[in-house]
Write a protein of this length. Structure first.
Length: 218
């Protein structure tokens, strides 16, 4: 079998050459996408500890050797899993918001997108399963850190088109707080799905953020 270049060997997440390479998930072959989807299901429904080669083979129907062929091994597959947290077409892609709208409309669409991300239980479960690995594995930690750096930059761009006229550092700080709210509300929803009113909490955050940015009332 001819050795395939791992799916992680793509463009850097930023212009820094030391950053991990970004992964174009849409460009993965159908078999690679099936393996990635199987990994997502295992992590979201059974937990990271169950992400074994045998489990992947059973879930995907693909030979376990193809994990190395398409992803360079389990470590590369985990990187693709992390990337999938930030490239989730189920809730829409933030890059489409950044490039497809202008002015306050862009910020409004972005805040709505964040609400969908926060309410996505499957993605949130994957995030909470993968984050502990970042505390143990330097490569996983750097992948997450790089993704969050890009995430903050993109979010700052989407929050910039408001009457508040914040400078870049203020926008990046606000983006970091906003990400923390998105994930924090998602945690509470996952831990207490029947008792926690995620929709009401998100509306409260939406009101606070809108007033800070001088947006019109929704």
């Amino acid at each position: 079998m001819k050795k395939r270049r791992p799916a992680t060997s793509r463009e850097p997440l930023s212009e820094n050459p030391d950053e991990p390479k970004s992964i174009d998930l849409a460009a993965l072959s159908p078999t690679a996408q099936r393996i990635l989807a199987a990994a997502q299901t295992i992590v979201a429904e059974r937990g990271y500890a169950d992400l074994t080669m045998a489990a992947l083979e059973r879930q995907s129907g693909a030979n376990r050797a193809l994990v190395a062929y398409y992803f360079g091994g389990k470590a590369g597959l985990v990187e693709a899993l992390i990337e999938s947290l930030f490239q989730n077409p189920d809730v829409g892609l933030v890059e489409e918001i950044r490039s497809g709208s202008e002015g306050p409309e862009r910020t409004e669409r972005f805040i709505d997108w964040q609400g969908r991300v926060s309410a996505n239980d499957r993605v949130n479960r994957m995030l909470y399963e993968l984050l502990p690995q970042a505390l143990r594995d330097p490569a996983v930690r750097e992948r997450f850190a790089s993704e969050y750096r890009v995430y903050r930059d993109v979010d700052a761009d989407c929050l910039a088109s408001t009457p508040a006229n914040l400078d870049r550092e203020e926008l990046k700080a606000l983006a970091a707080v906003s990400i923390a709210v998105v994930e924090g509300l998602g945690i509470q929803r996952a831990l207490d799905p029947d008792g926690f009113d995620h929709e009401r909490a998100w509306r409260s955050w939406r009101t606070i953020l809108g007033r800070y940015l001088l947006l019109p009332n929704p």
